[in-house]
Design a protein around this ligand. Sequence first.
Ligand code: NAD
Length: 371
Amino acid sequence: MNSRRDFLQKLTASAIALPFFTEHASAETKNKNDKPYDGPVLKVAIMGLGSYGTRVADAMVACKAAKLTGAISGTPSKIKAWQEKYGIPEKNCYNYENFDQVKNNPDIDAIYVITPNGLHKDQVIRVAKAGKHAISEKPMAVNAAEAREMVEACKKANVKLLVGYRMHFEANTLEVIRMRTSGELGKIYFFQGLSGFRIGDPTQWRLNKKLAGGGAMMDIGIYSINGARYMIGEEPIWITAQETKTDPVKFKEGVDETIQFQMGFPSGAVASCLSTYSMNGLDKFYLNGEKGFAEMQPSTGYGPIKGRTNKGELNLPHVTHQTVQMEEMSAIILQGKKPVVPVDGEEGLRDMIIIDAIFEAAKTGKKVMLK
Ligand code: NAD
């Protein structure tokens, strides 16, 4: 109990059984006249068959423009179970030693890396060298230097690099972004982001500095960072941060338990955020502008996302986030579609630069200026 999985599952419990992906299909994939979809299909292998990898695989069953065609794992029994569950042929299955051979496999266009954070950089670079598009889970790496290496490697190999920012495709989130960009909220002054849950098992990789790259900030605090950026629509220019630790045995050196941080934006807007592994059920965004506001709670869980604005309830229907995400990522990779909020490697790198600055500000107690 008390794991991230329990927390997110509670948020999504009512959503899992909903019918997949109908009225909110992207323009490219929408089945206008009930004709079968005959557009391009992104053939995807998932690397890391853990909790989130399984959620993505399940969500992809309902995709039209993306198809799960391969699996990469160090555990043969998991591969076998996935083969049976998702109909994956033997020739599309790899382990962590031999997955470079995917180079010669036309059944796989892209590899979605869903392993612990500390492994993303090397795995994405190997995917790029094998000539396949890479999708990395968030955080894309454990610091900005690693993220830059990934962006460069994918550029050099001429493959796309995307990051699994599923909220960038969520309908209610996009409605708030539309209200802000259309001027309905007026000049934006303030954002509050609360992101956290109580983490359980002290032996899990999320509390291992080498595999996680940190603690709550890498895992859940990143939602407030990324959210502040897409809700305000600007890039921060300064950061201040304060860290508190109540359990230094569980949260070892370099593994943050709770960090409060503030970000200043060029327009004068400010964000005040909390990232924590010690408080349950924190999943709230609040955006305030001179003419209106948006409040979302839950704001980043698996949904349904709920909230209200000065105009009333946010009530766009829930669609499984990862289904929409993979449909949209197919259009981005295969058709060059430009999403409302980017999900590319540069976007992931921006969050990593901010996380580096938050850690520096928390450590030194000083305001960190960003270029
Ligand atoms: P998990 O522990 O459930 O799964 C991780 C998988 O990686 C396991 O199958 C494990 O066997 C494999 N693995 C490979 N090498 C490993 C190693 N050296 N040590 C440990 N495991 C190893 O974790 P998860 O919850 O699936 O998270 C995986 C990634 O997905 C993380 O980067 C996490 O931040 C991200 N994630 C994203 C979301 C989202 O909503 N976008 C949600 C959950 C997790």
